[in-house]
Design a protein around this ligand. Structure first.
Ligand SMILES: Cc1cc2nc3c(=O)[nH]c(=O)nc-3n(C[C@H](O)[C@H](O)[C@H](O)COP(=O)(O)O)c2cc1C
Length: 366
């Protein structure tokens, strides 16, 4: 039997396997961030994953991209509660991933009175998805100290809300060039106050968010996602290894549930230099490690067997395969992803992918 199907203890949770579902934004929420009712089907269909990590979920209404769900209002929490109930009813475990876009934003998506802002007034090069299609990101202004404090308290409230909505834990998204990653890396952070300059200072916002989340959840129910070698959303640092070594050292002291490291992103295979950075950082980490990026059943099992991670996080394979765990277990073929329905739309290409055992996806309409 593949090592992927050996159980794993993460924090207080006994996971039945090491096939973890990655956060996957699918942009089916309403424009004001309420997840669709059929998210209940989508997530509960995938409850056989050792652990589900939800799509990026906004902590407030001024950092979200298009049609991403939020966790800052009661109506959002009510739907999430039905999702967590349904996953638990099938014996699954589910962590909520928090999100704020920072400079990865467009003025047309900001509420009245809010500007696009990030750690520094450094525009991101490249485009982001909006309801009007791909658009150039609006150049940000730098956060004031008051805004940073407000953002911190929004993360803390979101951590409390996630607990109220029945999640098993939370994942702090500090990867992929979103706001926490923008603080960490000097390509997006040239602040001269306590939140910029040294790697220690650039790590401050992440540590503050973690301090609050840990106070609410306990460290063993809080995970962190990092993408040190990634360049998604124009992320970058003049000394990646140095910066993230400081980050890892600080995280090592916290006793977190896990570190979730992205080795590579779709369409961007890791270069030998990036592999070396990832390897060095993984060795530096002393806790539970989840690895993600480009794995299949075979390479994932080999990665764990080599002692390089405790579990593998699968993204794209979970889009079209609600029963990915069974398919990996039996060596069955995977369903192909319908590219046209990855982002936005309705149940089609979301909660209607077929199971091997012909479990009929629910026909619930929103
Ligand atoms: C459609 C799609 C949506 C994604 N949404 C998120 C997200 O909300 N949060 C996040 O941290 N990563 C997100 N990612 C990145 C994935 O979690 C994962 O890191 C990436 O797909 C690489 O893993 P894979 O090779 O197993 O697919 C997304 C990726 C895809 C393809």
């Amino acid at each position: 039997m593949s090592i992927l199907f050996e159980p794993l203890q993460i924090g207080p949770y006994h996971l039945s396997n090491r096939v973890i579902m990655a956060p996957l934004s699918r942009y089916r929420a309403s424009l004001d961030g309420v997840p669709p009712s059929y998210a209940i089907d989508y997530y509960s269909q995938r409850a056989s994953a050792g652990l589900i990590i939800t799509e990026s979920t906004a902590v407030n209404d001024w950092g979200s991209g298009m049609k991403a769900p939020g966790i800052f209002r009661d109506d959002q929490m009510a739907v999430w509660q039905t999702v967590t109930n349904a996953v638990h009813a099938k014996g699954g475990r589910i962590f909520l991933q928090f999100w704020h876009g920072g400079r990865v934003a467009h003025a047309s998506l900001m509420p009245e009175g809010r500007d696009v802002a990030g750690p520094s007034a450094i525009p991101m090069s490249g485009k982001l998805m909006t309801p009007e299609g791909m658009q150039t990101a609006t150049p940000p202004r730098a956060f004031s100290l008051e805004e940073i404090a407000e953002l911190r308290s929004d993360y803390a409230q979101a951590a409390l809300n996630a607990k109220t909505a029945g999640f098993d834990g939370v994942e702090i998204q500090a990867a992929n060039g979103y706001v926490i990653d923008q603080f960490l890396q000097d390509a997006s952070n040239q602040r001269t106050d306590d939140y910029g300059g040294s790697a220690e200072n650039r790590t401050r916002f992440l540590m503050e968010v973690l301090e609050d989340a840990i106070a609410i959840w306990g460290a063993d129910r809080v995970g962190v996602r990092l993408s040190p070698a990634g360049a998604f959303n124009d992320a970058g640092d003049s000394d990646t290894l140095g910066t993230f070594s400081v980050v890892i050292d600080k995280l090592n002291a916290l006793g977190l549930a896990y570190l979730h490291l992205i080795h590579e992103m779709p369409g961007a295979p890791a270069t030998p230099e990036q592999v070396a950075i990832n390897d060095a950082l993984c060795k530096r980490w002393t806790g539970m490690l989840l690895s993600n990026g480009g794995f299949d059943a075979d390479s994932g099992a080999k990665h764990i067997e080599a002692g390089k991670a405790a579990a593998i996080v699968y993204g794209r394979p979970f889009i079209a395969n609600p029963d990915l765990v069974d398919r990996f277990r039996t060596g069955a073929e995977l369903n192909a992803v319908d590219q046209a329905t990855i982002y936005g739309g309705d149940q089609r290409g979301y909660s209607d992918y077929p199971f091997l055992n012909a479990e009929v996806p629910s026909e619930k309409n929103d």
